[in-house]
Design a protein around this ligand. Structure first.
Ligand code: ADP
Ligand code: MG
Length: 487
């Protein structure tokens, strides 16, 4: 046996070659190679379904590969399990949140590794340790707070704090910023820099190629389970990477604007008022196609034809454990009942198949469990559900968050098609190029008030930001009529 090589800087921390993984009839990885060095930030890029998460789950011991070699510190290693990976210093922050909702932040951070004092969990050390990790991240979250009370972004930060507490040598981050606000994402990137300086190897998956700019040393591109290329960041460009990812140059980010909005008002909202976060609307009116609506619950809205596609697909929107077919028909099973009131399974399947074709949902079959689809395809399933429910207005809340460039384009095309069919599309997005590329008009909110409504074709990103962040002077205020967002 050779001596441990752990500290030699020339030896890669991780080296893998010819890695293959199949799930039944799906080839998730077909001969993938990857090398990560100490102090290196290595990005993995690829469209949805490229095999990124599967590769990371192999490195972190969730899956064992069918074929291929893995060397850790130049030693052939079989990573047996998650805990074995952790013992090797490999920690993964998952794309799906894995926290236990009814435990506190501190309990989650130390879950399974609780500091002990005799027979008992040492609560003080647990609390202090959690607080230190959160502080290192620069976030203000109470270690005693129950996780279920936190926002998605905060939960993501707790996941990251948990990984920090494990003192990883190789840290794998799968879309770590996808649900973080701009400031938290920036802080996280700072932490990545610090870890890098401390010699930690970092594998980083992100769809936001722009955010990789300042932190990445090298990038490996996968496509459909195949290894495509590894480039050093200084010698490549975002265009080249995107080209490698999709196998073609992406010249257009958004579909061309071909349709004109109709003059007819579909949705009209006036004087809507609500103090605080919960509770009913206190004043104002909502009209759909000229008809006044009373909306007291999501059920009322759905019955009226208003659907909400949530930014948190997995918690709302999608029944992850159910099949694609059930998800599509879920909100309108009544339409599938036969004469006896039973659901007609053949019709359910035909309905699902027709939407799968129409929306180009990539799934091996209508029976596939929704959880196993890529993010972009899950989003399409949610949209199919509302189309089957005959929604007239669809509210999209950050619909492309955590979705790669190719799949984003497909969602954009779909939104355009919906609008062309006369469905009102409301897009909520913090991605300004997306807002400007996709909308006809932009309603800018600031501190709970509608600041202005802008004609998209006639304004720039800077103008929208300006309206969102600074007050308008009296004279530049648009006339009152323009303040009603009309669809
Ligand atoms: P990425 O993270 O790049 O989007 P994944 O690694 O999640 O890609 O998926 C690669 C392929 O493997 C996809 O076709 C996906 O549907 C499939 N896949 C991933 N996990 C499973 C699983 N547990 N069972 C069946 N198929 C899976
Ligand atoms: Mg993934």
């Amino acid at each position: 046996m050779s001596a441990p090589l752990t500290d030699s800087p020339s030896v890669p921390l991780l080296r893998m070659r010819g890695v293959c993984k199949r799930f039944d009839n799906v080839v998730a990885l077909a001969g993938v190679a990857l090398q990560v060095h100490r102090g290196e930030v290595h990005a993995i890029c690829g469209e949805n379904g490229a095999g990124k998460s599967t590769l990371m789950k192999i490195i972190s011991g969730v899956y064992t590969p069918d074929e291929g070699e893995i060397h850790i510190d130049d030693r052939p290693t079989r990573i047996e399990s998650l805990s074995h990976a952790q013992a090797l210093g490999i920690v993964m922050i998952h794309q799906e949140l894995n926290l236990v909702p009814h435990l506190t932040v501190a309990e989650n951070i130390w879950l399974g590794r609780e500091p002990r004092r005799g027979w008992f969990v040492d609560r003080a050390r647990q609390y202090d340790g959690a607080r230190d990790c959160l502080r290192r991240l620069g976030v203000d979250i109470d270690p005693d707070a129950e996780v279920s009370t936190l926002s998605i972004g905060q939960q993501q930060l707790v996941e990251i704090a948990k990984a920090l507490s494990m003192q990883a040598r190789l840290l794998i981050m799968d879309e770590p910023t996808s649900s973080l606000a701009e400031a938290d994402a920036a802080r996280l990137l700072q932490v990545v820099q610090d870890l890098k300086r401390a010699g930690v190897g970092i594998v980083y998956i992100s769809h936001r190629l722009d955010e990789l700019e300042h932190i990445v040393d090298r990038v490996t591109v996968l496509r459909d389970g195949h290894y495509i290329a590894t480039r050093s960041w200084g010698e490549t460009s975002i265009n080249e990477i995107v080209g490698l990812m999709v196998g073609r140059e992406l010249t257009q980010q958004f579909p061309p604007a071909t349709r004109l909005p109709s003059a007819e008002v579909l949705l009209r909202v006036r004087g809507l008022r609500r103090e605080g976060v919960f509770g009913p609307v206190e004043a104002g009116e909502i009209e759909l196609a000229g008809e006044r609506l009373t909306i007291r619950s999501p059920r009322d809205a759905i019955a009226a034809g208003i659907a909400y596609v949530s930014e948190d697909r997995k918690a709302h929107g999608l029944a992850v454990k159910m099949s694609v077919a059930h998800n599509i028909t879920l909100a309108n099973v009544g339409a599938l009942a036969n004469g006896l009131g039973f659901i007609d399974a053949t019709r359910e399947r035909e309905t699902a198949e027709s939407f799968i074709r129409q929306l180009d949902i990539r799934t091996p079959s209508p029976d596939q469990i929704a959880r196993l689809l890529s993010g972009g395809n899950q989003q399409k399933v949610v949209i199919a559900k509302w189309l089957f429910r005959q929604a007239r207005v669809i509210l999209f809340d950050e619909p492309t968050r955590g979705i790669d460039v190719g799949a984003k384009y497909a969602i954009y095309e779909l939104m355009d098609q919906l609008a062309a069919q006369g469905i009102g599309v409301v897009l909520i997005s913090s991605d300004l190029p997306e807002v400007l590329g996709m909308s006809d008009r932009v309603a800018v909110f600031r501190q709970g008030e509608l600041a202005s409504v802008l004609e998209t074709r006639r304004c720039t990103q800077q103008e929208v930001m300006h309206h969102a962040s600074v007050g308008l002077t009296e004279s530049s205020k648009p006339p009152l009529a323009a303040l009603e967002p009309i669809l």
